[in-house]
Design a protein around this ligand. Sequence first.
Ligand SMILES: [Cu+2]
Length: 118
Amino acid sequence: MNRYRVPIVAAVVVVFLAIGAFLIFANQTKGGAKVTINATVSKGTSMSPGTWTAHHNDIVTVNITSDMDGEVHLHGYDIPFETKAGQVVTKTFTADKTGDFPIEWESTSTPLGHLVVS
Ligand SMILES: [Cu+2]
């Protein structure tokens, strides 16, 4: 028997374990990605897209364009977007809370959609 065989097999096993551990670790740390959401609000009554999605700890940038002045309010994160007709309002935040968070046209409490952080 080749006396180098055992160390070689051991080295191969170690490499495979390291790759496996890396892949498991990479999966567990999913999140932290940069996510951009471009939303359009019409007449303070509807929004497209109505559902915003992100993973836990993603860095979320939201660009909202409204055809009316007013406030779009993201509940849970409690972020107000003060819109001016025809202008883009941009806010960036870390999705550090999981759940389903309502988004509304604040002055009339009209539901526009929701943010889902999984
Ligand atoms: Cu509100």
